[in-house]
Write a protein that binds this ligand. Structure first.
Ligand code: GRF
Length: 201
């Protein structure tokens, strides 16, 4: 029988998705082991959450390294020490380096709080995404779960879930709705992916 897949999470913020993934490993929705958390900054909420649930965490801030190459090497070393098989981004704001990309081909996943390719790319994160959706008068928004390549918010789409925007003019309200969707679907899609059961989006 196949052993339980191992996942490392990379995050830069509050970590509500990290928490949802941890909860899902407890409830059985995500049949995987979360072996570690890489945080790109010190003092962020996700680190507290990792401490509470007992997941080992490492702060690796790209700005604390002489260059991006050395940061990339250190991220890779950390993931390998944890024996991570999958790398899951949950609000990670740094671009993944070439060494990590090369070592985890088709095994790095991201979630974006809109329907890519719209409302994505460098600088499109947090509330800005939802503001842009409202300003564009889009009729629907949602989430995109996709494989990661060397650019922001690109890579093969694994799943999208849509909701109507109609009647919502407050970006914070939209952000809450989309976050709920993320927490519901990210664990489920990851479970299908790591067990080889994902049918193409
Ligand atoms: C989420 O909206 C995710 O889609 C995006 O970053 C946000 C992270 O939120 N990539 P949280 O830190 O998990 O609460």
């Amino acid at each position: 029988m196949k052993s339980t897949p191992t996942i490392a999470v990379l995050a830069s913020g509050e970590g509500s998705n990290f928490q949802a993934l941890c909860d899902a490993t407890q409830s059985g929705v995500l049949n995987a082991r979360i072996v570690g958390l890489v945080a790109s900054r010190a003092g962020i909420g996700v680190l507290e959450k990792a401490k509470t649930v007992g997941v080992p965490a490492q702060v690796l801030n790209p700005k604390s390294f002489p260059d991006r190459g050395q940061w990339d090497q250190q991220v890779l070393k950390t993931l390998q020490n944890w024996k991570a098989e999958w790398v899951v981004l949950a609000g990670f704001l740094s671009l993944i380096g070439p060494e990590v990309l090369k070592t985890f081909p088709q095994r790095i996943v991201n979630i974006h709080p809109a329907l890519l390719p719209k409302f994505g790319g460098a600088g499109m994160y947090g509330i800005r995404v939802h503001q842009a959706v409202i300003e564009a008068r889009a009729s629907e928004t949602g989430i995109t779960i996709h494989l990661v390549d060397g650019e922001y918010d690109r890579g093969r789409v694994l799943a999208q879930v849509k909701i109507p925007v109609t009647g919502i003019s407050d970006a914070a309200v939209l952000a809450d709705r989309v976050r709920e969707l993320e927490h519901e679907h990210y664990p489920r899609v990851l479970n299908d992916l790591v067990w080889g059961r994902l049918t193409q989006a």
